[in-house]
Ligand binder design. Structure first.
Ligand SMILES: *Cc1c(COP(=O)(O)O)cnc(C)c1O
Length: 360
């Protein structure tokens, strides 16, 4: 069996132990005589998978009882619309902080439903940093403030939660949730597409404080209504059962490996190693401000852009896959999610040094 190191930003690498368990259980889940794919979502077998997954998520993230956890479809991008539709209530505006590609997308979608106050924008100024909350210009009458905790494409991450008591804090955590412990109490709502750091594509997680339910706009499609989805335990219609199950196995794997404190330490070490290799060379560069560099997604440029194709070709031959940057920005990007073993980062660094020696 040839397993390559997958540096894709998403759908992304999954833990090998999890894939093995999926394989072993694929035809017959724990003596049920069925694959999880074939099970009714209302049957006892799947309901036990669903509730164990939620319990493990709550334990890992220490989610308080007054928060609901929703297992949805539609990706993080559908949340860009669901947020204003569900949270505005009688308010007319929402605050957004723009730090990269995904927060910009969130603004564009929210603008269809309300007045968006851009409270800070480091993307337009080319800043590549996570701006301190002290610099945010908040509209205090807005329904909420939204930020992207980790910009998957730009490699910009907030390493501190921007705390505010003025209004609910909403975070897109698609590419950073479960990479470290966080204090859920500081948030009104957190959402994340699963395919970065949690499981297969098709599942989207929403963690919402209960007192934010019930502000939904009239005529919002019922399946976009958080209250309705919460009332039906995320089973208002058929949920993405297989992705839910695999996410559950990933959470078990995380628990077995020491939980979020342990994984955070490993994630920090992996990222620091790669940044050190980049900073220590004149051939590679990363221009994100030092205190805002992502642990999960590390973009870098080659001094000679003409060599990018060759770099990617030789990396693939060396078993290092998907190191290309997002099509909107070019360059390179290494995604180092929880499931990326430290040996993968070591192999990448060795490859980069060799490539620089031969071509730099
Ligand atoms: C990938 C990503 C998205 C979009 O996710 P989809 O599930 O494809 O809609 C949104 N925000 C962030 C931060 C992402 O990394």
């Amino acid at each position: 069996m040839d397993r390559f190191f997958n540096f894709s930003a998403g759908p992304a690498i999954l833990p090998l132990d999890v894939l093995r368990q999926v394989r072993d259980e694929l035809l017959d889940w724990q003596g049920s005589g069925l694959s999880v794919m074939e099970m009714s979502h209302r049957g006892d077998a799947f309901l036990s998978i669903a509730s164990k997954t939620e319990a493990d998520l709550r334990a890992l993230l220490d989610i308080p009882d007054d928060y609901k956890v929703l297992f949805l479809q539609g990706g993080a991008s559908l949340q860009f619309s669901m947020l204003p539709l569900n949270l505005l209530g009688s308010k007319k505006s929402a605050n957004y902080v723009v730090t990269g590609y995904w927060s910009k997308k969130a603004v564009i979608e929210a603008s269809r439903f309300c007045t968006v106050n851009v409270a800070a924008d480091t993307l337009s100024s080319g800043g590549k940093k996570a701006p301190d909350i002290e610099s945010w210009k908040l509209d205090v009458n807005a329904a909420y403030v939204h930020y992207t905790a980790n910009e998957t494409i730009d490699g910009v991450e907030f390493h501190r939660i921007p705390e505010t008591s003025l209004m609910p804090l909403v975070a897109d955590m698609s590419s950073t949730l479960l990479s470290r412990p966080i204090d859920i109490n500081k948030f009104g709502l957190i959402y994340a597409g699963a395919q970065k750091n949690l499981g297969p594509a098709g599942l989207t997680l929403v963690i919402i404080k209960e007192d934010l339910l019930g502000f939904v706009q009239e005529k919002v499609p019922i399946l976009l209504n958080y209250q309705h989805l919460a009332d039906n335990d995320s089973m208002a219609n058929t949920p993405p059962t297989f992705s839910w199950y695999v996410a559950g196995l990933v959470l078990e794997w995380l628990k077995k490996n020491g939980g979020l404190n342990a994984i955070a330490e490993i994630n920090q070490r992996k990222a620091e190693k790669l940044y050190k290799a980049i900073d220590g060379s004149s051939f590679y560069s990363n221009t994100v401000q030092a205190d805002s560099r992502s642990w999960m997604n590390i973009p870098f440029m080659l001094a000679e852009p003409a060599l990018e194709k060759l770099f990617l070709k030789q990396a693939t031959e060396a078993g290092l896959l998907y190191l290309n940057g997002h099509r909107s920005v070019g360059g390179m990007r290494a995604s180092l999610y929880n499931a990326m073993p430290e040996e993968g980062v070591d192999a990448l660094i060795v490859f980069m040094k060799t490539f620089e020696k031969n071509h730099g």
